[in-house]
Structures are given as structure tokens and as C-alpha cells.
Design a binder for this molecule. Structure first.
Ligand SMILES: O=C[C@H](O)COP(=O)(O)O
Length: 249
């Protein structure tokens, strides 16, 4: 069943793909697009509290952290409109499906608003599409109507695999498809964002993440179809200042 849908989307892509070009005002206010992100292994409690203070100060959409810091983030953001985004099965995505589900259930019970899960790239490459679908569905169902974003890790995928991943995510009820973890061999590209937006259409939104460092990068991603930006350089993006982390791409 899912194979048939993927096949027909591949055909639609090959026959009618045209890059997405959206009109965006160059003066656009960017803070509301940004998931202010700190996911590194050496992130300390102090750094996470600072991340939350920055998110309040600059009116970012959310902070994005590992689930182990969710309770700390809930305290630090108390009374603020900033959302709490957590990552699920991060950064490799190859843990058992029930483990991803359990992490989601725990995070939901502890106040998470949005869930960025990593797809199982190995299963996708093996064309185990039903298993990939079930893995995503488990998280979508566990999130009980909250926003789930599926991280595809595009730098590891062929064009066909990117299309299949977008279709499976869409069919499994994801709210967003997301380009990258920021921890693999490459980050977001405008070409990938455009492909993803073309495939998911109005059923899902696209989050661009990984290596986005400047206001220009951010606007280019939005023009190509992104509606959310995941970045550890949010302050630089909104102030034009120096990136806290220049990244490795
Ligand atoms: O999801 C967000 C990424 O981890 C952020 O990546 P970055 O540190 O390259 O901005």
C-alpha cells in the first residue's frame, strides 16, 4: 500500500517537479520561525538555562533540547510563550520503535510541545517502508495530536530516498519533515527544502536545520519552502552578530 503511494509520488516528482520559489519580504521578522537549539553532548545545565533566557529575550518560537533537559527547560520557561521542543531517537534514529514511543510518552507527560524524531535511515535504505511507517506512526500516536517533525538526515539519502521518506512521513501523520540533525555529514540545502515541500505539499510543513548561520541563509530556506528553522545560531541570525557556533559544514 505505502509502496504504491511512493511510486506514484516518484512519478509525479519526475514529471512535474519545479523548484519552490516563495515571495518573502526581505524585512521579515525571523524570530518566530526559529527553534533555538542546543543538542550537543557537552551542553551543561547552565548552558540550557541560558538558551531558555535567550529564547525569552529574542522571542524565538521554541527551544529545542534533548529529553534529559526537559524538566529544567520547563522551569526556565515557566510563564513564557516559548514552546518546548524535544528530540526523539536522536541523533541516529536506529533505536527500537517502542523506545522512541516511550521517549515520546515520557516527554509528553513532562510538558513537551513538539517532537523532532529521527527516521530510521537503515530501514529506509533497505526499502522496509512499512517498518519506517510504523516507526513514525508510533511517535505520532504517542504524541497525541502534538506536532511531530520527522528528521530525514538528507545528507545520507539519495533523491529517491528523500522522496520516499517525505511520502512515508506525510502518510504517517507527521506535521513537518525536517532536513537534518546537524550531527551528520551535511546540513540543510535549499534544493532539499524545495524537493521536500514539493513532495509533502500542503499536508506537512518543512523544517530546515543544520548549518544555518545567517539571516540570508534563513530567508533562502523560507523562500524554498521552509516554515521553521532549527539552528544553534539564532541570535546571530536575528541580530546580525557573531555566531556562537560556526558549525562544521
Ligand atoms: O536541529 C537542529 C540542529 O541540531 C541545529 O544544527 P546547527 O548546530 O548546525 O545549527
Amino acid at each position: 500500500m505505502i509502496e504504491k503511494i511512493i511510486e506514484s509520488e516518484m512519478t509525479r516528482y519526475r514529471e512535474s517537479y519545479a523548484p519552490i520559489v516563495r515571495e518573502v519580504n526581505e524585512d521579515i521578522e525571523l524570530a518566530g520561525y526559529i527553534d533555538h537549539t542546543l543538542l550537543k553532548a557537552d551542553a551543561t545545565q547552565e548552558m540550557i538555562v541560558r538558551l531558555c533566557q535567550e529564547a525569552r529575550e529574542f522571542n524565538f518560537w521554541s527551544v529545542c533540547v534533548n529529553t534529559g533537559y526537559l524538566s529544567l527547560v520547563s522551569k526556565a520557561l515557566e510563564g513564557s510563550p516559548v514552546k518546548k521542543t524535544v528530540v526523539i531517537g536522536f541523533p541516529l534514529g536506529q533505536m527500537a520503535t517502542m523506545t522512541k514511543g516511550a521517549e515520546t510518552v515520557w516527554a509528553l507527560e513532562n510538558g513537551a510541545d513538539e517532537f523532532d524524531m529521527v527516521i530510521n535511515v537503515g530501514l529506509l535504505k533497505a526499502r522496509e517502508y512499512q517498518k519506517v511507517y510504523d516507526d513514525i506512526s508510533e511517535v505520532v500516536e504517542s504524541a497525541k495530536g502534538k506536532i511531530v517533525k520527522v528528521i530525514l538526515e538528507n545528507c545520507l539519502l539519495t533523491e529517491e530516498e528523500k522522496i520516499a521518506a517525505c511520502v512515508i512521513s506525510r502518510e504517517a501523520g507527521a506535521a513537518f519533515v525536517k532536513t537534518s540533525t546537524g550531527f551528520s555529514t551535511g546540513g540543510a540545502t535549499v534544493e532539499d527544502v524545495s524537493l521536500m515541500k514539493f513532495v509533502v505539499g500542503d499536508h506537512c510543513r518543512v523544517k530546515a536545520s543544520g548549518g544555518i548561520r545567517t539571516r540570508e541563509d534563513t530567508i533562502a530556506m523560507i523562500k524554498s519552502g521552509a516554515d521553521r528553522i532549527g539552528t544553534s545560531s539564532g541570535i546571530k541570525i536575528v541580530t546580525g552578530g557573531i555566531a556562537r557556533d560556526k558549525g562544521g559544514y
